[in-house]
Ligand binder design. Structure first.
Ligand SMILES: O=C(CO)COP(=O)(O)O
Length: 263
């Protein structure tokens, strides 16, 4: 079976309760790409796996109000079992709330909160051990791209995760070039494809052919309704992690890019 298209919406540290209600209403009313289950026109499955990631404080509200086909993700969780860690949220708490996914290793946390490759690897391993599924982020800075070290950087970030986990079944890898995040400067389809193919090759050489062919590698960085189809047309782009545009009705158009894979 092929890799199911995956679209994540990372709301980051945005939104009021009113904003959240509006976004949820838009998603609930949205015409999402789907296919009927053969012989049963009342039932359908979405062409994309869709996961939205509100700030912690809105997670339970969003989870309870959102249509059941769309899942939720936390934007972070603590590196080990909860306890005396003021301000942190543990993986166990997310599991307890029925939150299935967590985003880990986002470049904003790596850069602003000094999360190292090793720390991110530990977080991914702990979250998986508790039964969460993980959207793990990697990506190079502009400086690293210009120095020609993009593949080296993303391979090292991926290796730090691989070193700590025994299965990639519940991991989606998000390639998010730092220079494309929130800048409106999207990677070209060729640039995205080159890194995605490089990561898949890395999986094949360092992990296994099976992990290389089944792990979804999604792209993030200024994805919009107008550039998503061309990016989705790349063979190794298995979906998106969307920031700014996931707060807007445009997110529905981005989910529809899943149709490109089925055309
Ligand atoms: O960081 C991102 C998703 O995690 C991408 O953000 P933008 O889509 O706003 O560039």
């Amino acid at each position: 079976m092929g890799r199911k298209f995956f679209v994540g919406g990372n709301w980051k540290c945005n939104g009021t309760t009113d904003d959240v209600k509006k976004i949820v209403a838009t998603l609930n009313a949205g015409d999402l790409p789907s296919t009927d289950i053969v012989g049963n026109s009342q039932q359908y499955i979405l062409l994309a796996e869709v996961v939205v990631s509100p700030p912690f404080v809105f997670l339970t509200h969003v989870k309870s109000e959102l249509r059941p086909e769309i899942q939720v993700a936390a934007q972070n969780c603590w590196v080990k079992k909860g306890g005396a860690f003021t301000g942190e949220v543990s993986a166990e708490m997310l599991v307890n709330l029925g939150v299935p996914w967590v985003i880990l290793g986002h470049s904003e946390r790596r850069a602003l909160l000094n999360e190292t490759n090793e720390f991110v690897g530990d977080k991914v391993a702990y979250a998986l051990s508790q039964g969460l599924k993980v959207i793990a982020c990697v990506g190079e800075t502009l400086e690293q791209r210009e120095a020609g070290t993009t593949m080296e950087v993303v391979a090292a970030q991926t290796k730090a995760i691989a070193d700590k986990i025994s299965s990639w079944d519940d991991v989606v890898l998000a390639y998010e070039p730092v220079w494309a995040i929130g800048t409106g400067k999207v990677a070209s389809p060729a640039q995205a494809q080159e890194v995605h193919a490089g990561l898949r090759k890395w999986f094949g050489e360092k992990i296994s052919a099976d992990v290389a062919s089944t792990t979804r590698i999604i792209y993030g960085g200024s994805v919009s309704g107008s550039n998503c189809k061309e990016l989705a047309g790349q063979p190794d782009v298995d979906g998106f992690l969307v920031g700014g545009a996931s707060l807007k009705p445009e997110f529905i158009d981005i989910i529809k890019a899943a149709e490109v894979k089925c055309a």
